[in-house]
Design a protein around this ligand. Structure first.
Ligand code: 9Z3
Length: 375
């Protein structure tokens, strides 16, 4: 059967695609969490993390997915918690999570640093004990202490999604709840969300059969939900989206385009292969204060970023050049070698610097509104 592609506005999307069955329950829990954080005076950040799936059948056997492991989101959530934020961590089921992420990779499996000690003669019960390998104790103690503290304070709330549909419904519902925090809410949209989906009305009910030879599927575009997020669902929130590209020349033009379209506060651009040690903050002027060591993209633009802009221009007939003056770019870079575990050297995570910069900008943003309202 051939059907025409449909362009869904956000409104049409939610009117035609069904909500996930757990939505109501999830929203109630989020509401309770937010009320507590509000009464305790905390700022709250919604961190989205991991990839979304796009099911191809209603009784789903096959789906499209993407590469995201959830490292950016899980790592950033830890730094936000450390900075005193309460965190709603909305992540793809089974992707990395704050704290446990340190031990869930196959490069650092936790079973490898647990020892079995045989029972001692003085033990009442002749059962072996489990202990932590001595050279791993310090690291584990740090992670465990941070984890226990967060649990005791009740500052981390976790939600899960699998499909792009789950993600969209949850994002809308959670952001609407977060509106009660006004400027004290931050949105850190690091999840890698599919741009395409198969509407329920076009899905095959049962497993697609292989007998007909090749498979042709035409997908529709996922609606751009940043627009209603910014203007309707959570007015006042500080919104940070991510832009992922594999062609570095597109990074800044695309980030600017997103800011122009949606009118939010920051787009963090990252290149697929360089994302662990280099990102660029793109925002509208006026210029915020720069972090120590960061390169000012407007006043002392590097050769490299000039080059990126010029080649970005060709695609849009000079529009980028016109726009260049109203944007600022701040590159955050760390040494790639520091991101790899080396005995005797601490691993540096770029998320530490990303979060520090955002906490500062968000603080300014909250402060701005207080000075405006008190006037
Ligand atoms: C990102 O760009 C994230 O930084 C990564 C993190 C997905 C690259 P990992 O989970 O990777 O640490 O493995 N997220 C946003 C990607 C995205 O889909 N952005 C949309 C776009 O680029 C806009 S919302 O069009």
């Amino acid at each position: 059967m051939h059907t025409e592609p449909t362009t869904f506005s956000a409104e049409q999307y939610f009117a035609t695609q069904p909500p996930p069955p757990t939505l109501q329950h999830d929203v109630e829990k989020v509401r309770e969490f937010l009320q507590r954080q509000k009464s305790e005076g905390r700022a709250v950040v919604l961190v989205t993390s991991g990839g979304t799936t796009v099911p191809l059948e209603l009784n789903v056997v096959r789906f499209l997915d993407n590469f995201s492991a959830g490292t950016r989101g899980a790592t950033s959530a830890e730094y936000f918690l450390k900075a005193g934020y309460a965190v709603i961590f909305m992540h793809r089921q089974f992707s990395l999570q704050p704290f446990s992420r340190h031990y869930s990779h196959s490069t650092n499996p936790f079973l490898d640093f647990l020892d079995i000690e045989p029972p001692q003669p003085e033990d009442a019960e002749p059962t072996p004990r489990i202990s932590v390998t001595p050279n791993k104790r310090e690291d584990l103690l740090q992670v465990l202490t941070a984890y226990k503290t967060v649990h005791a304070q009740g500052t981390l709330h976790t939600l899960t999604f699998v499909t792009v549909n789950d993600y969209l419904w949850l994002l809308r519902a959670v952001s609407q709840e977060m509106a009660v925090l006004s400027r004290k809410a931050m949105f850190y949209l690091a999840a890698a969300v599919s741009d395409f989906f198969l509407p329920r009305q076009k899905m095959s009910e049962h497993k697609i059969q292989s007998g007909k030879g090749s498979l042709h599927i035409e997908m529709d575009q996922v609606p751009k939900i940043l627009k209603p997020l910014v203007s309707e669902w959570t007015p006042g929130g500080y919104i940070v989206s991510f832009k992922l590209e594999t062609d570095p020349q597109l990074l800044i033009p695309k980030a600017r385009q997103a800011l122009e379209r949606y009118g939010h506060q920051v787009v963090i651009g990252n290149d697929l292969h360089r994302r662990k040690y280099e990102v660029v903050f793109v925002s509208k002027k006026p210029l915020p204060a720069l972090p120590p060591g960061a390169v000012d993209g407007v006043n002392s633009r590097t050769e490299e970023s000039e080059g990126q802009q010029e080649s970005g221009n060709s695609a849009d007939g000079g529009k980028q050049e016109e726009l260049a003056d109203s944007f600022t770019e701040t590159w955050l870079r760390i040494d790639a070698s520091e991101t790899v575990a080396t005995p005797g050297f601490p691993v540096k995570e770029i998320e530490e610097d990303i979060v520090a910069e955002l906490v500062k900008r968000h603080g300014d943003w909250i402060g701005d509104s207080q000075s405006t309202t008190s006037q």
